[in-house]
Ligand binder design. Sequence first.
Ligand code: SAM
Length: 238
Amino acid sequence: MKAELYDDAYRHHRQRPPEELRGELTRGAKRATLWVRESKDRFLPDIPWERLRILECGGGMGGLALELARMGAHTTMVDFAPGAVTIARDLGVDAHVLDVTLPDARVAGPFDVIVDSHLLHCLPTIPARASYFQFLRDHLAPGGIVVGETMVHRKKMYVPLGWRLDDDGILWQKFADWVPVRRISDSLVLEEEFRAAGFRIAYFYYYANYGIAPSAEFWDIPVEVLPASVRFVLSRAD
Ligand SMILES: C[S@@+](CC[C@H](N)C(=O)[O-])C[C@H]1O[C@@H](n2cnc3c(N)ncnc32)[C@H](O)[C@@H]1O
């Protein structure tokens, strides 16, 4: 899905009072903040927060990055939607416009923790995902981890009018044309994809009771028919 489509979704937030937005974003980032903290404490207990280098990929308006920076970590965020990056910067986040699927994508690193909060499922094509996995591997410090949460398939999923789910788990949305917007893999397929991309899986947990809405239009839909979620922690296999 193109950066402009995400940018459209972020546009109206740019007119909002910064304090109101900051409050909403940090409240919204609470679950993810806890998840990153738990993962860091479990897998990197010896690095103090003040020395921890974190990169968040697809960080949107920066709520999570802001919280992680507040906890003391050196936090960088990237997103390919310029509107989101502007908002994040206005909030004080070290944010940069970057498409993580471009083969030459680089950001000054390396990082002890790379966070993916709902970005991976926004990359529907295999080449884009392969390129992103390489980006993650290239930016991990020795011993570093990728901490993520992503949507995965469940047997019964609600697909409303204007959306289509194909046999490869790609969710298409009708704009002027049909656009592939999400990849909702089976969790076993995702696990295999991580291994094939050169990662060691340190943690992989399927949450049937936590459904991720593909977009705001899905927020009122019962959780049992939304895509389920997986939380994962990866390190380089080599
Ligand atoms: C579903 S949103 C998640 C935003 C935020 N992490 C959260 O959990 O609220 C996915 C984000 O990834 C960004 N994104 C999608 N594809 C990207 C790419 N190829 N490179 C960088 N950012 C991308 C979008 O602009 C969007 O901000």
